[in-house]
Design a protein around this ligand. Sequence first.
Ligand code: TA6
Length: 293
Amino acid sequence: MPPTEPETGAVARRGPAAAVADGRNGMPTVLLSHPTGGSVEIYLHGAHLTRWRSAAGRELLFVSEYSEFEPGTAIRGGIPVIFPQFGPGPLPKHGFARTREWELVDTGVDAEERATATLALRDDEATRALWPHAFRLELTVSLGAALELALAVTNEGTTGFTFTTALHDYLAVDDLRTARVEGLQGARYQDQVTGAGGVESRAQLTVDGEVDRVYLGPPGPLRVHTGERVLTMAWEGFSDVVVWNPWAGKARALPDLGDDEYLRMLCVETARVAAPIRLGPGERWRATQRLAG
Ligand code: TA6
């Protein structure tokens, strides 16, 4: 099937397909659909994946009912793209990629018969005022029976730069208190709540309070159990995994998260945090995250 023209219209039902449509507040989105019945929605704002619906019609990602959908503000939920700084630091928290308008550069169907969309962000005056580097960031979303996100960073300048990055997935869980994450046993971690480091002893992580941990170099894949479902997350190129939930107290302090919504989400993120990536002029770095659920 030839690449689909990105134009407004209904998503075709038969083959893998892509279409552009207005999202909340008229913000442009790309919709991908696949014959297995799955679909995704991606806002050009932040190249933010806000919906992944399974073949069975189940929402696999959490998005807050209180999220803003406004220029300059990060969407609360889905899969934010974090670049060029993970967490707090000299730049705005989690960098600027999640609050910028990206460009849709391509849609189509790949060799594996997956519906694909590629979005790009380049430096401009506003990004250079924060971070004085020439770069190109590309996110390719491929929807088949599974969902794959590929993030590529190219140094388009004449000097080197370093960055940290993540795909900050907000996974939908039926009930946080019974959700379990498997695959981190034996991994070293840095706990952002207590400041302590350690080695994960549990075969299955459960959450019964605020959690904010960076796991260093777990090999993956991870299995996230919720209700009857198991979601698997695998990756290449990323090295770290972040597990975050604000629990009740911090949730109340977040204006774009409902007081009880923390019970329906668990962030499990693939990242490069502990060892920032350095790119020389013309160099490119690429990493993928693959979700099946
Ligand atoms: O990835 C975990 C984390 O860095 C937490 O520390 C928490 O602050 C979360 O991200 C969300 O950050 P945000 O800026 O979106 O409120």
